[in-house]
Structure formats: structure tokens, C-alpha cells
Design a protein around this ligand. Structure first.
Ligand code: NAD
Length: 250
């Protein structure tokens, strides 16, 4: 399939994990990519691999919680490619911390990256899309944005915020031909989740919580982003798609 030939896709947090799988999925379907990530070394390394693989891809070392850096990178991407058709607003951070121990600076850090960062990128890109009269924005939420999980109050609050940010953007941006949706993955094996949980924890988690009997892989999520950005999803906006192996069916 070459559904995204002649389309430009901007992905945040694209140098590893789910974001990297999303970049590679859109590139495989013909898109030109602009990838923003704050891990400059990883971005340089993966950017070289993508060029060797023949992808049309620009990389920008950007911290999404820095609005000025975001504005500059989006302006450079638009100046190089002429437009942005799809935004994959994926960059995020997570760590475990009991509610009673969360210091204000940790609370702010989580919200700065996961919620404020998504707002900065979404608003800047939506300004380009609204002028063009079309676009698709897909925000990365989580099952943690729909139900609580102990020791993740700051993370859950950030992801819950994204779910309602998504719905509100869909209400306001539909008139400009822009669709806005969110994806809520369950447990996906990535550097983020591997840094938090032990193999024993993951085994128990699968046994007790995931009907499909396994954790997700980044490619379980990347195809859903491609679907939401495609013509097959032309009448879907304001939606939140859960991709969790059945976890929330309990
Ligand atoms: P990851 O840590 O493997 O990758 C995250 C990427 O975002 C990294 O490349 C990192 O450098 C980048 N990033 C982090 N902070 C940034 C910042 N301030 N500016 C720019 N880039 C930044 O994580 P992942 O598991 O691939 O998660 C990707 C997204 O999916 C996150 O929003 C996460 O909350 C969400 N998510 C993950 C899971 C899971 O189980 N892994 C489940 C639900 C939702």
C-alpha cells in the first residue's frame, strides 16, 4: 500500500519505541517525514538509518515542552516540504511515583511534556492545517487516560487531559477540514515500559490483566495511526481508540 505518497507526516518522539514504529510505517507507505525528538544522539543515529533505507525524512532535535523550539521546527518543516498533512503527537514520558510522594517539580515535568508539549505542537501544526483546509491530527493518550492506575497520578492526569483536548480540538477544527483523534494503547513493550517494570511484573500483568495473553508491540499501534490518518477514516473525528489486548474489557 502507498496510501501516503505525496503526504507529509510530522511525528514527535519518533526516535524509539512506538514513535519509531509509526515513522517507519508511514515511510513504508510513501510519506515524507519530519521527526522531532529531544534525544539528539538517538535521533542522529536513527535518522542515518532511515536515510540509508531510502526514506524522505528530516530530523529536528526538539524538546516538545519548549514552545519556541516547537515553533521553529514546525516552521522549518513547512518551509522544506510546503505543508503538513498528518500530525502524530506521540512524545511522552512516564515513571511510577506514589501520589503522596509527588513533588511539585515532578508533577510539572510530567504535565509539561505530556500535556503542554502536545498542546504546543498541535496548535502550531493546526494553524498550518487550517490555512490549508485539511489535515489529520492523532494524539497519543493511553488506557491510563481512561481509567486510573495507582502510582501514576501525574501520568494519568496528563493522558486524561489529552483525551479531552482531542475531543475539544475535534469540535473546533472540523470546520477547517481537520480530523482529530486519540489512540489509547494498553501495555506496549518499549524502552519506556522496560525501564519501569521487571520481567516478573510483566508476566503477572499479562496473566491477570490482558485477555489476549501478551503485551503489545509498537507495530500493534503504528497500524492504527496509519488507519486513522487514511481515507478509510475520513468520517472519524473526536474518537478515542483503545488498543490494549482486551484489558479494559474487564
Ligand atoms: P519511549 O520512551 O520508548 O519513547 C518516547 C520517545 O519520546 C523517545 O524517543 C523520547 O526521546 C521522546 N521524548 C520524550 N520526551 C520528549 C520531549 N520532551 N521532547 C521530545 N521528545 C521527547 O516511549 P513509548 O513507550 O514509545 O511511548 C510513546 C508514547 O506512547 C508516549 O506518549 C507514551 O505515554 C504512550 N504510551 C505508551 C505505552 C506503553 O506501554 N509503552 C502505553 C500507552 C501510551
Amino acid at each position: 500500500m502507498n496510501r501516503f505518497s505525496n503526504q507529509v507526516v510530522l511525528v514527535t518522539g519518533g526516535s524509539r519505541g512506538i514513535g519509531r514504529a509509526i515513522v517507519e510505517r508511514f515511510a513504508a507507505e510513501g510519506a515524507a517525514l519530519a521527526v522531532l525528538d529531544y534525544d539528539r544522539d538517538e535521533l542522529d543515529k536513527v535518522g542515518r538509518e532511515w536515510k540509508e533505507a531510502g526514506y524522505t525524512c528530516m530530523t529536528f532535535p526538539v524538546d516538545v515542552s519548549n514552545q519556541e523550539q516547537v515553533d521553529q521546527a514546525v516552521a522549518q518543516a513547512v518551509s522544506a516540504y510546503g505543508k503538513i498533512d498528518v500530525l502524530v503527537n506521540n512524545a511522552g514520558i512516564a515513571w511510577e511515583e506514589p501520589f503522596l510522594d509527588i513533588q511539585a517539580q515532578n508533577w510539572r515535568k510530567m504535565l509539561d511534556v505530556n500535556l503542554n508539549g502536545m498542546f504546543y505542537v498541535a496548535q502550531r501544526v493546526a494553524k498550518e492545517m487550517s490555512a490549508a483546509g485539511s489535515g489529520s491530527i492523532i494524539n497519543m493518550a493511553s488506557t491510563n487516560g481512561l481509567v486510573g492506575e495507582a502510582k501514576y497520578a501525574h501520568y494519568n492526569a496528563s493522558k486524561g487531559g489529552i483525551v479531552l483536548l482531542t475531543k475539544t480540538m475535534a469540535l473546533e477544527l472540523g470546520a477547517f477540514g481537520i480530523r482529530v483523534n486519540a489512540v489509547c494503547p494498553g501495555y506496549i513493550q518499549t524502552p519506556m515500559s522496560e525501564a519501569i517494570d521487571s520481567p516478573e511484573f510483566i508476566e503477572e500483568y499479562i496473566r491477570t490483566k490482558i485477555p489476549l495473553g501478551r503485551v503489545g508491540k509498537p507495530k500493534d499501534i503504528s497500524g492504527v495511526f496509519a488507519f486513522l490518518a487514511s481515507e478509510d477514516a475520513a468520517f472519524i473525528t473526536g474518537e478515542t481508540i483503545v488498543v490494549d489486548g482486551g484489558q479494559l474489557a474487564f
